[in-house]
Design a protein. Structure first.
Length: 207
């Protein structure tokens, strides 16, 4: 009886061994085929993938934290803004700043083609004034005198300040305390002789 049981056990074990080995081979072959269908990425592709993830992460991080990207966007938005206006000074009978083709700058009571001025932002709070018709920049020299020039330079930059009466004052970026000003007769005043306390330095940009 015991001998018969041992014989039956041996046969069962042999059968399991006989069927298990082929099954393992088939399973291994299937897995290898599946793995082979997905090639291992090269180092170059892996590097590109890493860079893409880094870029996405950086954008997400900066967008959430409101960091450098937002500042760059604000800076890019401010720089290059252009608007065409007439600068009206309410002195005397009222004058518009005009830039003449010969480089002279003064005030004209009536609106004309030379009083159209392109105001462009060149930096935060700093602008340039460009005569649309004469194609000359408004500039101020070290003596506080205004002149027109075709070449843009630091003397063409002005700080634009909004005053309590909603008029603007334009101070030389290079020469502190020098302001664009018109007299009651429409002539330009020397910038170093005018202050924001004087109406002659108050200009209203309007269409």
């Amino acid at each position: 009886m015991a001998s018969a049981q041992r014989c039956h056990y041996s046969m069962s074990s042999g059968a399991r061994a006989h069927w298990t080995l082929p099954a393992v081979i088939v399973l291994w072959t299937s897995l290898w085929g599946i793995a082979s269908s997905y090639p291992i990425p090269s180092r170059t592709n892996a590097t590109l993938l890493e860079k893409k993830w880094e870029t996405l992460f950086s954008r997400s991080y900066l967008g959430i934290s409101g960091g450098k990207s937002e500042l760059n966007w604000e800076s890019d938005y401010l720089q290059g803004i252009k608007r065409v206006r007439r600068l009206y000074c309410n002195v005397g009978i009222g004058f518009h700043l005009q830039v003449l083709p010969d480089g002279r700058i003064n005030g004209a009571h009536n609106e004309n083609q030379y009083s159209l001025i392109e105001i462009s932002t060149v930096d935060r709070g700093v602008i340039s004034l460009f005569g649309v018709r004469s194609e000359l920049f408004v500039a101020m020299n070290s003596r506080g005198r205004l002149y027109g020039t075709r070449v843009f330079r630091d003397e063409c930059k002005f700080k634009e300040t909004l005053l309590p009466n909603n008029y603007n004052a334009y101070e030389s970026f290079v020469y502190k305390g020098f302001y664009i000003a018109l007299s009651k007769h429409g002539r330009v005043k020397r910038g170093n002789k005018a202050t924001t306390a004087m109406t002659v330095t108050h200009f209203l940009p309007r269409l």
